[in-house]
Write a protein that binds this ligand. Sequence first.
Ligand SMILES: [Zn+2]
Length: 341
Amino acid sequence: MSNYWEDASLNLHFTSKADCSLDANAATKYKVKANVPETYVTDLQKDLIALGYMEDKDGNKDGYFGGGTKRAVGRFQRHALRRFRMLSDKTRVDLPDADLWKGSETGSVDPSTAKEIRRWIDKKWTVPVGAYKLEPLDQGGKMREDAKKAWDAIVKAVTDAGGILEGPYGDTLRGLAKTSKSGTSSYSLHYCGRAVDINQGFYGKRYFAKKDVVGSDTFWNLYCKTDKQDGTQGTEFKKGDFKYFVFYNETESDIPKGYYLDLTGMIQASGEFSRIKAQSGWDDSAKEKSARYNKTEWWHFYYSKDVQKTFQDELELIGFDEKTIRAKGWATDAELDHAPG
Ligand SMILES: [Zn+2]
């Protein structure tokens, strides 16, 4: 008996049906010729199941290295490059950079990948579902714990400077259910506990948005009128120093004189939260007015630190496993592997 992870020339892979790894079990089941020793692929699949990267069912441990096994290996490799590890009791362990796996995401199992899989088995690490907690915000709604911490600091800085980021917010954490509502992305960071829509009720009273065109994209620079208008807070603007956008009638108007904070600048100052551009079509007169408004996104900010490569990777971090996500409407691999945002 030899183990797959001790084989120095290991190369378990799937390129096509004509070029993939088959072991003794696959040979019996599919009446094909095995091309790797013993039960290498079956043993690998059992390890991937133990780690939570494949569901425990017969078809997933048949010794045939197919597309599903390739995807599981790729996800494992991607995760092995990150710091999050999870023990079976749901305790999160953050590995120092020096201890992270050094390979790359190929979907094939070479000796280095095999050793890393066995390291996870030995350490009892599993796919990190629920690495982050969700926490309620004072303004209502929820965010991922690290995003909330960063957002709370921003709210405090803005409030201390005489500005306002009070709720109720339009949206924070969105319940996990795929929607076809116009203007919302199926892969929104709202599902991931990373986004906040600030209070639109302050528009034209405390908030004023200046159009900020970057190439073919439109962003907004938000200014917030300060509590005190006696010169002790904010920066003075004279009437008409620049134009702000009046969303309800889609025109530009003179900024009223007063003292303001650069709200967008303050939100982005820590480098942890970021604005987004208006969705294309926001100024397309062929579209219905409310649909156009919904695409402006002037109120939307997201936690931009460490955004994961796939929507599934993001959702796993806040506690949803693959089976649950598929059942909630993101049923295909392509949807799970879609970039978030
Ligand atoms: Zn939003």
